[in-house]
Design a protein around this ligand. Structure first.
Ligand code: ADP
Ligand code: ADP
Length: 224
């Protein structure tokens, strides 16, 4: 079934009435990896934040699992270009952070966190601090932390966009494997068309219009 559905989703910001998004319509089926591609400023992040329930739309309807989005949800996780890890906490302690918001972590939580760090290739860095990790490794910690929330809808806003091309390509490949393994529904924002096509089951293209922004079309591709 459809997990995320938008009909005419638009956003006009109050200050200066910036039209960030002009009315995007789309359906994202369960388990799909969908890339959202378009030039800078076309409204990709704005759409993602609306799906995540962090900002309100000003037009249209937007549902997750058939329910109108009204705020952040437990089953929707968001990840940004720059990991917001706590410097004074180890990888493990960072991954346990979302759990701590809800309850006191158990041994099972700790085991799961270590398993997730293993999954993202950081088996040997469980007790490392962020300052001891490369940028790519820090994003891996952020991905493990996201997975620890139990969210099965992953909204990734250029998660590896700040990294060099080689690291990014490698992490993208691992991301494909990981989201397939955890059976997540994934919306992946990038401004790189090649990356978008390579990674995804479907590509949503947002195009800027003169002066204003944006229209969305959905382009299906066969995955390699
Ligand atoms: P993208 O992610 O595709 O680069 P964004 O969604 O970040 O695009 O931004 C879309 C447009 O909305 C841009 O013109 C941006 O300047 C504007 N915008 C984004 N956030 C805000 C905000 N909080 N207030 C006003 N304008 C904003
Ligand atoms: P990533 O692609 O995850 O950013 P790098 O390409 O920077 O990783 O590093 C490649 C490998 O080198 C890592 O998988 C890790 O095993 C090791 N490594 C990177 N940074 C460090 C570090 N600060 N301390 C120890 N080993 C490191």
């Amino acid at each position: 079934g459809v997990v995320i559905s938008g009909r005419g989703v638009g956003k006009t910001f109050a200050n200066g009435a910036v039209v960030a998004l002009e009315g995007a319509s789309f359906d994202i089926p369960k388990g799909d990896f969908v890339s959202l591609v378009g030039p800078s400023g076309c409204g990709k992040s704005t759409l993602l934040r609306m799906v995540a329930g962090l900002i309100d739309r000003t037009s249209g309807t937007l549902t997750v699992h058939g329910q109108p989005v009204k705020g952040p949800r437990r089953d929707v996780g968001l990840m940004f270009q720059k990991a917001t890890l706590l410097d004074w906490r180890t990888s493990l302690e960072n991954v346990l952070l979302p759990t701590e918001m809800v309850r006191k972590p158990t041994q099972a939580d700790e085991d799961e966190a270590i398993e997730l760090l293993n999954m993202v290739g950081l088996k040997d860095f469980v007790f490392s601090f962020p300052s001891q990790l490369s940028g790519g490794m820090q994003q891996r910690v952020a991905l493990a932390r996201l997975l620890k929330t139990g969210a099965d809808i992953l909204l990734l806003d250029e998660p590896f966009g700040a990294l060099d091309e080689f690291t990014r390509e490698r992490l993208n490949l691992e991301l494909m494997r990981i989201v397939a393994e955890v059976k997540a529904t994934t919306l992946f924002v990038t401004h790189n068309i090649g990356e978008a096509i390579f990674l995804a089951d479907k590509v949503m293209v947002m195009t800027p219009r003169p002066g204003r922004l944006a229209r969305m079309v959905e382009v299906p591709f066969a995955r390699p």
